[in-house]
Every structure is written in structure tokens, then in C-alpha cells.
Design a protein. Sequence first.
Length: 91
Amino acid sequence: MAIDGPPSVDGTIPCPEASEALKYAIVSFFCCGIVLGPMAISKGMAARRAIHDDPTLTGEGKANVAIMLGIVALIMWGLNLVARGMNRANM
């Protein structure tokens, strides 16, 4: 006879927000970094909150990577903008 108890809380359900944030972060490197970078950061933060609130969700690593990539994409976009401005000033 099996012992019945509370269900196991292993974190077995992938968080869809984390996957979506990672997709936005990866695409932000190739196009629309100024738009998709902040979206990736926002979705990643929302995914981290959702994972923290619901222990059955997984994907905290994806959410963290999405946040970091979103920040890097924004920095790269800003540096590109500055470089283009300096290039036009030298013409």
C-alpha cells in the first residue's frame, strides 16, 4: 500500500515567459535591439517573479540569461549609436 501525501514540488513545468524572454533577447542581437532588449529584460524579470512565486515552474536560468542578453543588446545598440554619431561628426 502506497503512502499518500502532498504532491511533490519538483519544478517540472517550464515557464513560458522565460522561453519567450530568451527568444526576444536572442533576436535583439540581430534586429530592433532598442525595442526587443527592454522587452527581454521585462519578460525575464516577470518570469523570475513567476518562478519564485510558483515552485513548480522551471526556467530561472533562461530568465537570467534573457535579462543579461537584453542588457548587452541595449549596451551594444547604444555604442553603435555613439559610433555612428562620431563618424558623421568627422565627415
